[in-house]
Design a protein around this ligand. Sequence first.
Ligand SMILES: Nc1ncnc2c1ncn2[C@@H]1O[C@H](COP(=O)(O)OP(=O)(O)OP(=O)(O)O)[C@@H](O)[C@H]1O
Ligand SMILES: [Mg+2]
Length: 456
Amino acid sequence: MDRATTQIYKGNIVIVDDNPNNLRLLTNLLKKSGYKVRPVSTGKLAISTTKANPPDLILLDINMPGMDGYEVCQNLKNDPISSEIPVIFISALNESLSRIRSFEVGGVDYITKPFEFNEVLVRVSTHIQLYRFQKKLQEVNSLQSQALIEKNEQLQQVNNNLEHLNQLLNVKVAELQQTQLQLVQSEKMSVLGQLVSGIAHEINNPLGFLHGNLEHGQEYLQQLQQHLQLYQNELKNPSTAIQDHAEEIDIDYLLEDFPKLFASLNRGVERLYQISDSLRIFSRQDSKTKIDFDIHKGIESTLTILKHRLKRDKESNNIQIVKEYGDIPLIKCYPGQLNQVFMNILVNAIDALEADKNQEKKQIAIATEIVDYSEPEMGQFVRIRICDNGTGIPEQIREQIFDYLFTTKEVGKGTGLGLSLSKQIIEEKHGGNISCHSEVGKGTEFIISLLLEPAT
Ligand SMILES: Nc1ncnc2c1ncn2[C@@H]1O[C@H](COP(=O)(O)OP(=O)(O)OP(=O)(O)O)[C@@H](O)[C@H]1O
Ligand SMILES: [Mg+2]
C-alpha cells in the first residue's frame, strides 16, 4: 500500500454493488487514493451502514437483486440522517434512460461501467468537496441565524423594557400634571377662600353692631316720637321759632318717613347677613369625607361672589340669571369642590357673554332636577345644567376644552385649568359626569350629573 496515500484521509465512502469484482475494483481504487471505504453487496446493508455511520458519499449500483439502487436511494433521501449525503449511481453505458431516473430519485451524478478510473476519482472528489462545502455553509448559516435570533431576542427585550419605561414615564407625567393641577388650583382656591372667609368675618362685626344699634335706634325713635307727641299735646301754641323750624324740617314728612328709613336700613342689614352667609358657604373648607350639602346654596353663594361681574355699566347689558331649581334633597359631596366647579363654569359663561358683542340679551340659565337612570336598579341622579347664550365653542376645539392647560383666552386672563379641574372633581372625586354641548353663535351648555346619595 502506498504510504503517502494511506496517510491522507480524504473522506468516507460507502460502495454498494452486488458484483464482487466491481466492488473490489472500486474499493481498491478509492482506498489507494486515500479514502476510507465501506464496501457492501446489498441495498439493505447499504442502508443500515449508512444510517449507523453516515459517510461523505455513496457509490450505488442500480441493478441489484432484491432492493435495486433507486429504492435504496429513495429510502436514504427520505430519512433526515442520510438525505443530504450525495449518491453517485453506477450504471452500464447503455442504460441512458436509467440515468435520468437516477437524478429523479435524488442522485447527484453517475459513473459508467466499465470504469474510467480518473473520471471516477474526479467525480468522487468533486462531490465530496461539494458536500463538505454545503455542510459548512449550512453550519455557518445556522450559526448566523442563531446569532441573529439571539440578537433579535435581545433587541425585542430592550424594546420591551423601553416600552415599559415609556409607559411608566407617561403615568408619572400624568400624575405630575394632576398634582400640579391640584396644587395650582387648591392654592388659587385657598387664597380665594381665605380672602372670602376673611371678608365674611370682617364684615360680621360691624354688621353685628349695625344690627344691634338699629334695634336701639328704632326704640329711641319711637320714644322720641312719643315725647314729641306729648309736647305737641301740652303746648298748644308754640313759639314762632318752633313753628318756623317745624316747617323748615317738614316735621310731618320726617315723622312719617323715619320708620320707612329704618325698615330700609333693616333690609340692608338683612341683605348683608345673606352675603356674609354666602361668602362663608362658598369658602368652606372641605373635610376628608363627603358631607350633606344643599347644592342650591352652593350655586347661590357662587352667584353672590360673582354679582359684580353680572352687573354691567348699562342696565340693558346686565347678565340675567334665569333659575329653574328642582326639588333636590341634600346630597353627599365635597361642597368646597363643587362650588369651585360652579365658579369655573359660571366664570367661563360670563367670559363668553362678555366676548359676544352681538348678544343683546345676555343670559345664563341654571336648572337643577332629579332624573331616573334608564336602569331602575341604578336609582336616580341629580342633573345640573348651566347654559349661556354667548359665543359658543367652535367645533374644532370642542374636544379639547377639558384638556389640561387648554385655553383660548389671552395670557393673564385664562390658564386653561378651570374645566380640567372641574372634570376631575366631578368624575374622579364624585364619580359623576360632566359634558358640554355648544353651538357657535347660539351658546354653550354644561351638564353635570351627580349620583344621588340621599342624606342620612
Ligand atoms: N361657556 C363657554 N363658552 C365658550 N367657550 C368656553 C366656555 N367654557 C369654556 N370655553 C372654552 O374652553 C376653554 C377652556 O376653559 P377652562 O375654564 O378650562 O380654561 P380658561 O377659562 O381658558 O382658563 P381658567 O379657567 O384656568 O382661568 C376656554 O379657554 C374657552 O375657549
Ligand atoms: Mg375657565
